[in-house]
Design a binder for this molecule. Structure first.
Ligand code: ARG
Length: 573
């Protein structure tokens, strides 16, 4: 379906041509002076110079050509040469009726691409902490948006499962002369103990490094323990991500890239792209246009060990073989930006991915506490993801009890869980991903303001009106939407026309926060409309039914958007 702004733009282009001008610089935008008009066109200003005419005169001539346009109820020229436009009510309602009936509200897939989203990135056997929260939340949203746009999309968790933490655990198990395999609880105690000890005990750390080396070179004894740790950890991770409504199509990790390293390194050497530097093997990735020097990408350390860059490159080799993606999007802490600049450049330079493959890095900022420092527990420790979720959940439960929500205990808990998830996810996603933000539990769980619970509250309000309407015997078959009855209704309709460009922009710029801004606008528009209109008691049946249609449409858009963000609304709250 053609976008509304394009249709309005075409209408203006036609008028410019009919008035004898070029239509090249003519576009229509949403007005930045909503007190004066709804849309505007500044084409006459841009043309004045080449036409050797006052912009106002051009605008006058163009406006005269718009007098019988079906799109506008008002087209006027104002000094010095702007064209102010209002959309006609009839045209607006015909547009949104089409939009409502169209699949995906008229979104068209231009070209279906194969996309891999690399997000989550938990380190196996270490507890999930809040640093992994943003990766999971933002990555899941980006993946869902990519799918919705129509891309063939895979989410890959890319676990850190092949590093020193494995050696540390096994060293500690040997130290304790453990006979059997560790349980999850034992693991969560063994790893911190081993990590602590390795900080002061050089010999112990060396042993852990040796074990890591042995493991990576096929020692069957260690591999057996590794497989066990992977089994129990993956089960646990799945449960944790489940609570966040996050899931992955591909459960691969750094270990899976290991077999690709040796042949990849061989090829880099043979092609003469990797060279030795102070005993290490590196690929130069600096470019002349760099403002800051980009250091060479290290492929192998002088002792032959591979690095974080090596596994990421080898993972790209594997992804090429397995999926041949058109794009790979990494959702990782922005402090890893340099790493990804190096990896992307090396991948292209070594021909690991074709030039046409788009590699993107969506680096996110830090989640801070109210003191502006990275979020910690009250005692100053690293916050476990589970504890954070519980804290927010308890807060939501408390708020609902305060509000006197009338529902059974199990419904109450279920609903509090949904609100908590919305509070956390919306609190995170409503900020531009690249920026740091302050995690403020009181603000995030509030039912008012720019919050997840406010969005859910609005959806619940719509659901409740629809329920009442149906209970009163109202039908939702063959709804004809009527032109807006008041300014509030018109505003809501106009906002609804922005869904498609908003979604396309949020994927193009990897910007889920645009979806949040959009649904906040819808919620505000809807609530103003709701307060200005008596829907349930309306006596004019066709008017009432038209409003019900608008409510259904609004709810569908909100549901689509919250689903893309990874949460959903309860029936009541
Ligand atoms: N495991 C890493 C960490 O915790 C994140 C992995 C990000 N993804 C990647 N392909 N490097 O820092």
């Amino acid at each position: 379906m053609k976008k509304l702004l394009e249709i309005l733009g075409d209408e203006l282009k036609k008028a410019f041509r009919e008035a004898g001008y070029s239509d090249e610089k003519v576009t229509v935008t949403v007005s930045n002076r909503p007190d004066l008009c709804e849309y505007q066109c500044n084409g006459a200003m841009a043309l004045a110079k080449e036409a050797h005419k006052a912009p106002f005169m051009i605008a006058e001539e163009v406006v005269a050509k718009l007098s019988d346009s079906k799109c506008f109820s008002k087209a006027e020229s104002v000094k010095p040469g702007f064209i102010n436009l209002d959309i006609s009510d009839e045209y607006l309602v015909s547009y949104i009726s089409d939009e409502w009936k169209s699949e995906r509200f008229g979104l068209e897939t231009e070209e279906k691409k194969k996309v891999v989203v690399d997000y989550g990135g938990p380190n196996v056997a270490k507890p999930l902490h809040i640093g992994h929260l943003r990766a999971a939340i933002i990555g899941e949203a980006v993946k869902r948006i990519s799918k919705y746009i129509g891309n063939d999309t895979l989410g890959d968790i890319h676990m850190g499962d092949w590093g020193l933490q494995m050696g540390l655990i096994m060293a500690e198990m040997e130290e304790r002369k453990m006979e059997g395999m560790p349980t999850l609880d034992e693991l969560s105690e063994i790893y911190p103990a081993a990590s602590e000890r390795s900080k002061t005990d050089e010999e112990y750390k060396n042993r852990a490094m040796d074990i890591t080396y042995e493991l990576q070179h096929g020692n069957e004894k260690y591999l057996k323990i590794w497989r066990h740790i992977m089994d129990i950890s993956v089960t646990d991770l799945k449960q944790n991500y489940d609570k966040l409504n996050v899931s992955f199509e591909v459960w691969k990790g750094e270990a899976d890239a290991d077999p690709y390293i040796a042949p990849m390194v061989e090829k880099m050497k043979k092609d003469g792209i990797a060279h030795e530097s102070q005993g290490a093997l590196v690929v130069d990735v600096s470019e002349e246009s760099d403002a800051k020097e980009i250091p060479p990408c290290m492929i192998l350390k002088s002792d032959g060990a591979s690095l974080y860059t090596t596994t990421d490159l080898a993972t790209l080799v594997q992804r090429e073989e397995d999926y041949d993606p058109d794009a790979v999007i990494y959702v990782v802490d922005k402090r890893q930006e340099l790493h990804f600049v190096q990896v992307f450049r090396a991948a292209k330079k070594c021909g690991i991915v074709p030039d046409t493959t788009k590699l993107s890095f969506l680096g996110f900022g830090t989640m801070n506490g109210k003191d502006g420092k990275p979020f910690k527990t009250r005692s100053g420790g690293v916050m476990r993801l589970e504890s954070l979720l519980n804290e927010v959940y308890e807060k939501c439960l408390e708020r609902m009890r305060e509000n006197g929500a009338e529902m059974s205990e199990s419904e109450l808990k279920d609903t509090a869980g949904k609100i908590a998830l919305a509070a956390i996810k919306y609190g995170d996603l409503s900020n531009e991903a690249r920026k740091d933000y302050v995690f403020d539990i009181d603000k995030f769980t509030s039912f008012e303001g720019n919050t997840g619970p406010y969005i859910l509250y609005t959806m619940v309000r719509i659901k409740s009106i629809l329920r009442k309407y149906r209970e009163n015997g109202g039908s939702t078959d063959d709804i004809t939407m009527l032109p807006p009855a008041n300014a509030e209704e018109k505003s809501l309709m106009m906002t609804l026309t922005g869904f498609v460009p908003m979604i396309e922009g949020s994927f193009r710029d990897l910007a889920p926060h645009r979806i949040c801004a959009y649904i906040y606008q819808i919620a505000n528009d809807f609530n103003k409309f709701y307060h200005a209109t008596k829907i349930i008691t309306e006596e004019d049946r066709s008017r009432q039914k038209s409003w019900i249609g608008l409510l259904m449409f609004t709810l569908e858009v909100l549901e689509t958007c919250t689903d893309l963000l990874g949460f959903d609304a309860p029936e009541m709250m």
